[in-house]
Write a protein that binds this ligand. Structure first.
Ligand SMILES: NC(=O)C1=CN([C@@H]2O[C@H](COP(=O)(O)OP(=O)(O)OC[C@H]3O[C@@H](n4cnc5c(N)ncnc54)[C@H](OP(=O)(O)O)[C@@H]3O)[C@@H](O)[C@H]2O)C=CC1
Ligand SMILES: Nc1nc(O)c(N)c(N[C@@H]2O[C@H](COP(=O)(O)O)[C@@H](O)[C@H]2O)n1
Length: 223
């Protein structure tokens, strides 16, 4: 499995404002690049915080890219994955429509009624007692044939993925704006690291729209 985190931040590192509503940080060219990366992926992952904040669709928008996938014997759309311990994804969420298959990763404690409602719209992957165990959940997704994984966010999920060593690449678009706010989400939130900080190697920098794309690979952790 190969996991790429792709997200857009303001110049001060925010994914959104303190209102946690979707903010268009990327410009047209960066959204097109993001669409191409979606098209290269087997699945697109977000945390339930992003589903509740943005109600994303997580589909490839450019029809030519969908056609190319089909020509190569792949499903027209990548699968969509929500990491959602207690099954809070609303059943009318855009991510649960029939545009592409959706997996909802829940914990074993997710209430039975929520699981039952979600089962009508998605494939459930159960991993972890009261919080999704990402290593187990991603192993289950790999068994489903999902190898090329793109993670879009948000900050809580991205931190946890770094914490358990699941991230191979970080592609970070830094846009020409300042959002500010101590309560605004950043690229990696969660509890934060105090030691053993993940180490990144800068592979490429590209000017796009009014910002810069930074492409990093994640160094292996020494045992
Ligand atoms: N600019 C950009 O590129 C992007 C911006 N965003 C923005 O980010 C914000 C949402 O981010 P955020 O609030 O951090 O939410 P996330 O999307 O990161 O979802 C976090 C939630 O995921 C669930 N979860 C389950 N298991 C885990 C685990 N092991 N580790 C971490 N989380 C887990 C938790 O809810 P539970 O306990 O219920 O399971 C947690 O609260 C929005 O404002 C959105 O607009 C989002 C994506 C991209
Ligand atoms: N790459 C990127 N740049 C931004 O400026 C963004 N706001 C986001 N947001 C992500 O895109 C999702 C919306 O996807 P759909 O258009 O609904 O398919 C949103 O939920 C974030 O994951 N990304």
């Amino acid at each position: 499995m190969h996991v790429v985190v792709n997200a857009a931040t303001s110049a001060d590192g925010k994914l959104s404002s303190r209102k946690r509503e979707q903010v268009a940080i990327s410009g047209e060219s960066d959204f097109a690049r993001m669409d191409r990366l979606r098209a290269e992926s087997d699945a697109i992952v977000v945390g339930v915080g992003t589903v509740l904040a943005d109600d994303p669709h997580l589909t490839v928008k450019d029809e030519a890219l969908c056609e190319r996938r089909a020509k190569n014997g792949r499903p027209e759309q990548p699968a969509r994955i929500v990491v959602d311990s207690s099954g809070r994804t609303p059943v009318d969420a855009a991510i649960l429509d029939d545009a592409a298959p959706t997996y909802v990763c829940v914990s074993d404690d997710a209430p039975v009624d929520r699981r039952a409602n979600l089962t009508d719209h998605a494939n459930l992957v159960s991993a972890g007692d009261d919080r999704v165990d990402l290593l187990r959940a991603f192993a289950g997704l790999q068994e489903e044939g999902l190898e090329r994984i793109m993670v879009e966010g948000g900050g809580e999920l991205i931190f946890s993925l770094f914490e358990c060593g699941l991230v191979d690449e970080l592609r970070m678009y830094v846009g020409g704006t300042v959002i500010g706010g101590r309560d605004a989400p950043t690229l990696a939130d969660g509890a934060g690291f105090v030691e053993d900080f993940p180490s990144l190697a800068l592979e490429r920098v590209e000017r796009i729209d009014d910002g810069a794309l930074l492409c990093w690979t994640v160094d292996e952790i020494d045992d």
